[in-house]
Design a protein around this ligand. Sequence first.
Ligand SMILES: [Zn+2]
Ligand SMILES: [Zn+2]
Length: 121
Amino acid sequence: MTAKRFSHKPAPPEPPCPNEVAHTPCPTGYLQWWSWVERMNRTHDQAVCEGCGRWAIWYPRPTGAMATCWGCGEAKVDPAKFGDDDELLCQRCQDEREAQCIASQKARAAARLARTWADAT
Ligand SMILES: [Zn+2]
Ligand SMILES: [Zn+2]
């Protein structure tokens, strides 16, 4: 009989990986995991685990190497150009983000105007 590790936690939904020792340890909480990933992403790259095919292995990114854009996951961005609080986004994704921002600002302004108009009439 094998001792069950992490018996205090609910069983993981995925089947165990034969190569799990190669996985990079990460937080299990969703929010903690995301902030951990954001931090890791600045300095590390991900690799696919041969055991389970998941992006479970993180390795330090070589100095000067490009990072993957968080938005599209395809374009390469230079992590050195981003501050600690900036999201690593390529120009296209930044433009898209901005356009979305402006669109939602316009929508909010229009809604506000409509309300004002309704109040006034
Ligand atoms: Zn694995
Ligand atoms: Zn992008």
